[in-house]
Design a protein around this ligand. Structure first.
Ligand code: ADP
Length: 662
């Protein structure tokens, strides 16, 4: 057995600066050598420096001068992380007031030091349950401290002190708050620990207890005034306490991230379920309002964008037209249906090619007649009916591919034509009319003044005198030609339109032997549409961003208040070995979880608002990007505004934090 001391203090002093420059000396020039396995009792009147000595020993507090060696290594000038490491791996604290986390279960409290040591969840839980069982608390593992008696709470706190091995157990009046029977029980346990090889340092007022300890040290006015010296008994004790192999089963980065998130959620749940419910709900509400306003404003921006694009560009942003055009010295070579088929088959970005032939003609029914725009079109296999995205069917049915195949004499008519040719009380659908002199059956009517708000758009208004018929019917019976006047080409990706036009040109030149056609195409259209959208998003988004900022500040104020309230919790975590970084992370994650919950609720509220806005004719269009942007915003807000309270929390002095009343 070697005689080297485990703990060596040399000339340790600790002063507290009081108000007005006066300072209290809590420890004066204390020198001590404690051996592994000693059972040391510290006595002395109140204010003599016992607790301060305990905090210095346990690396919760640093001395102003002197040297502290632990297992031969100097700790006096270790940084915060180094001291936290020692608290985690070497020391276990047992306090008079137990200092358990009120929102955590007994098992979670016991696990705490191992969480900060990075022990994986399963072995951690298993060891915590073992320890609880060893103290007769297996049935209490999932109870919170409020549901435990004082004696039980103190046993939980001893189990916690042993979680990472507890080579040195520091107990500051552990029996002070207990009745005699429970107090004796706790002391007996500490004695057992000492016998098993733990070093136990016990502060007590009780002379009976002191008499049982192997060594008695008495403090007065911050000085050691009596020391019975190391007894011989520690030499016979087991050499090593049962420290678990912590580093070998530690968590990976992923598990650690999960652990952080879990602790954020656990802590939030505790806050939500318990005293701080109103506050947590309030902060979620702040963020929710912020996100809701961002998302709703973006939705209006998107709606405005879609409307603008439709108004500014005669064609949709995903469409261009090909017209026949005369070349110099030669007549125009008409476009053919085969051209349409070739474009659709051979150009990759093309979604649909719609040939069109339109002609001003007279339509007639009985004595009534009028001029109409007769358009022969090819129905799309999929997508919006009849060439135009903006024509909405009010009643009847659309023209089908079959109608086109069989050259059916069917027509869709604009609402203006129905009004002119049919009496008000007659439904035009399935009745007949003449186009030129050819009879057609009305198959459907395109939207009119009675259409819903959603259907009423700029394009249907202009189309009130339109007649749509199948392309092949028109070619055979009305126009005297099967050559389309133009081909409308719809593309998949508007951004690639320039390239698509070039490919179509190349293809047609090959087919026609020259450029006898022209494009109705604005190469900048897609780009400008994108720009319009960006500008609208930016404008509306920044308005919403201000709202979110206000929400974020609300969260910060609430979190700051909670730091104040949770000072003791932070102290407990630090005593269990949490680094400042761990505390920062915890608070930031809590803020981020709050923000995410608020964000999701905000997006949901926004989605619910959409139909309401459209009911009042507001342009509002939801897009998945809106949800993504709003959520990203809210998480960023949570992180940014979570940092200030987090830093405040992690900057707390652990000893002072532990002293605050709960
Ligand atoms: P004990 O545990 O023996 O009662 P303490 O170690 O708590 O004694 O305190 C020793 C002295 O240091 C006391 O005079 C006390 O008032 C003073 N003291 C302790 N902590 C602080 C502090 N944070 N600020 C100022 N003085 C303190």
């Amino acid at each position: 057995m070697n005689d080297a001391a485990l703990i060596e203090l040399e000339g340790i002093s600790r002063r507290y600066k009081g108000q007005g420059g006066a300072s209290t000396v809590a420890l004066r020039d204390v020198s001590l050598r404690l051996h592994a396995g000693e059972f040391v009792c510290i006595t002395g009147p109140s204010g003599s420096g016992k607790s301060t000595l305990m905090h210095v020993l346990g690396c919760l507090d640093s001395p102003d001068s002197g040297v502290y060696r632990l297992a031969g290594r100097e700790v006096s000038d270790l940084g915060g992380d180094g001291l936290a490491w020692l608290r985690r791996h070497f020391f276990g604290f047992v306090f008079q007031s137990y200092n358990l986390l009120t929102s955590a279960t007994a098992a979670e409290n016991v696990e705490l030091p191992a969480v900060y040591a990075g022990l994986a969840r399963k072995p951690r839980r298993a060891r915590a349950l073992d320890l609880l069982a060893a103290f007769g608390l297996e049935a209490r593992a999932s109870h919170r401290p409020a549901a435990l008696s004082g004696g039980e709470q103190q046993r939980v706190s001893i189990a916690r002190a042993l979680m990472n091995g507890g080579r040195v157990v520091l107990a500051d009046e552990p029996t002070g708050a207990l009745d005699r029977r429970n107090g004796d029980e706790v002391l007996r346990m500490l004695e057992v620990l000492a016998r098993r090889g733990h070093t136990v340092v016990l502060i007590t007022h009780n002379p009976e207890v002191a008499a049982r300890a192997g060594r008695r040290i008495e403090l007065l006015g911050g000085r050691v005034v009596a020391d019975s010296g190391p007894g011989a008994e520690y030499r016979n004790r087991l050499p090593e306490a049962d420290a678990p192999a912590i580093e070998r089963v530690s968590m990976g980065a992923g598990a650690r991230a999960v652990e952080w998130l879990r602790s954020g959620v656990v802590s939030l749940r505790a806050n939500l379920l318990r005293t701080r419910r109103v506050r947590a709900v309030l902060s979620v509400f702040c963020i929710m309002l912020g996100v809701w306003s961002v998302a709703t404003l973006l939705m209006i921006a998107e709606g405005a964008y879609r409307q603008t694009v439709q108004q500014v560009y005669r064609l949709g942003a995903d469409q261009f037209d090909v017209h026949p055009a005369a070349r110099e010295g030669a007549a125009a070579n008409p476009l053919a249906m085969e051209d349409a088929a070739a474009i659709a088959a051979q150009v990759s970005n093309v979604r649909h090619v719609a040939p069109e032939f339109s002609q001003r003609m007279t339509v007639r029914r009985g004595a009534a007649d009028m001029q109409a725009n007769v358009e022969s079109i090819l129905p799309k296999a999929s997508g919006p009916p009849n060439g135009s995205e903006f024509r909405v069917l009010r009643k009847g049915a659309i023209i089908s591919e079959r109608d086109n195949e069989h050259r059916e004499q069917v027509a869709l008519i604009g609402w203006g034509i129905e009004r002119e040719l049919f009496p008000p009380d007659v439904d035009a659908v399935d009745r007949h009319m003449l186009i030129g002199n050819v009879p057609f059956r009305v198959k459907g009517v395109l939207s009119g003044p009675n259409a819903t708000a959603k259907e009423r758009n700029w394009r249907t208004g202009r189309d009130s005198d339109v007649v749509l018929i199948p392309f092949r019917t028109g070619a055979a019976l009305l126009h005297g030609t099967d050559k389309p006047q133009l081909l409308s080409v719809f593309v998949e990706d508007p951004q690639e339109m320039g390239q698509t036009v070039a490919e179509v040109r190349e293809l047609l030149i090959r087919r026609h032997g020259g450029a006898d056609f022209r494009f109705d195409f604005d190469p900048d259209r897609a780009r400008r549409a994108g720009e319009t959208r960006r500008q609208l998003w930016l404008g509306f988004g920044s308005l919403g961003g201000i709202a979110l900022l206000v929400g974020g500040m609300g969260v910060m104020a609430i979190m700051l208040m909670s730091v104040k309230e949770r000072t003791r919790e932070i102290g407990i975590r630090m005593a269990a070995g949490a680094r400042r970084r761990d505390i920062t992370q915890q608070f930031v994650i809590e803020a981020a979880v709050l923000a995410t919950v608020g964000g999701i609720l905000g997006v949901a509220a926004c989605i619910a608002t959409g139909p309401l806005l459209r009911l009042f004719d507001f342009p509002a269009a939801f897009a998945p990007e809106i949800a993504l942007a709003a959520l990203a915003f809210s998480m960023a807000t949570g992180l940014i505004f979570g940092v200030v309270p987090a830093r405040r929390a992690s900057g707390l002095d652990p000893v002072a934090a532990l002293r605050t009343a709960e």
